[in-house]
Design a protein around this ligand. Sequence first.
Ligand code: ADP
Ligand code: ASP
Ligand code: MG
Length: 412
Amino acid sequence: MPLLVMKFGGTSVGSLDRIKRAAKRVGVEVAKGYDVIVIVSAMSGKTNELVGWVSETSPLFDAREYDAVVSSGENVTAGLMALTLQEMNVPARSWQGWQVPLKTTSAHSAARIEEIPTDNINAKFGEGMKVAVVAGFQGISPEGRITTLGRGGSDTTAVAFAAAFDAERCDIYTDVDGVYTTDPRISDKARKLDKIAFEEMLELASLGAKVLQTRSVELAMRFNVKLRVLSSFDEQTDTSGTLVCDEEEIVESNVVSGVAYSRDEAKMTLLSVADRPGIAAAIFGPLAEAGVNVDMIVQNISEDGRTDMTFSCPVDQVARAQNAMQAAKDAGEINYHDLDADTDVAKVSVVGIGMRSHAGVAAKMFKSLQDEGVNIKVIATSEIKISVLIDRKYMELAVQALHDAFELEKAA
Ligand code: ADP
Ligand code: ASP
Ligand code: MG
């Protein structure tokens, strides 16, 4: 039997009515002759509520118990989706991650998928089951504990299943009808893309476009999964949504294909550290050990053998970074005057494969921010992206200005 993977995000399963609507979409594919693996998220808002309960109970929580709690939202939707399908006379059953078993590393709250054995689910398809409903976002560690894959992880569950079961396609149903040139909730000029290259999607996702989890795009690229993003609310045709595909499949594209943002960033500066060999290792080693995800790094010019070191990290990791730096200072591993934390910054990035062969993108970006009076605090570049750190209050303005400057509302 040909097989499809269909993933429904939080909003798409946010009420019993919406679960019914999603189940009908699944029914349409079953009627066409497909076996279907449905991956479900928790109902919208549920995971945030569970995370809140954990933090309130235990601010420096045990990540294993965090996973035990926050994975539970998906269990509810998986069961409800299977029941809804059964009510429609579609043979279906639910599977929690450990029942598959979806095996992961033991990196709790950010585990990586290691293996998805296919025999259990295939045996049930062999017995006449038409739909396997799998709880997204969760798995089981080698120690037998429940793990989760990081926020947005159900996308990754879906792509990993599509790869393991050699699915014809992996359809990600969400609350927008595809991937846009920027978040349509920030700019009403955002334009839906019919196709986007894996590499561009990978950059957009890692720079904050949460429509797909970064790891899901990585997996799709590696295993050549045919990945589509589409709306669970619209009627669908074979060409609906956005196809994430190889660069070669895209005929025309703009130099810049999208603008991404990440709202909750912090800029940390260690003032007056000794400028000597090994200082960067002495700073970033302890930060890594403390689990701080350092993003941009700038070392300033040194004067009299001392320099300032600036880095950015997610704003909710500031306390952890401060503790790690204080501990390194107390242990005599580093010496600094002060640690300045600017917690009101956001990162805005432009992304495009065309940047590889076009000069002037950075200049245009900086000019457009200048015209809006937006000050740039830190800059980082790679082959296909340019990111800047700016005051958070200018974030939406910057996204809109860049979208205009690069004329993203127009197709190539
Ligand atoms: P789900 O719950 O279905 O997983 P998410 O909230 O994780 O949905 O992702 C969908 C959201 O991603 C959209 O509602 C949109 O606001 C946001 N988004 C950010 N950047 C983009 C983009 N470039 N294209 C489409 N959506 C985007
Ligand atoms: N429910 C999880 C989250 O909100 C996983 C997901 O929806 O992808 O992050
Ligand atoms: Mg998501």
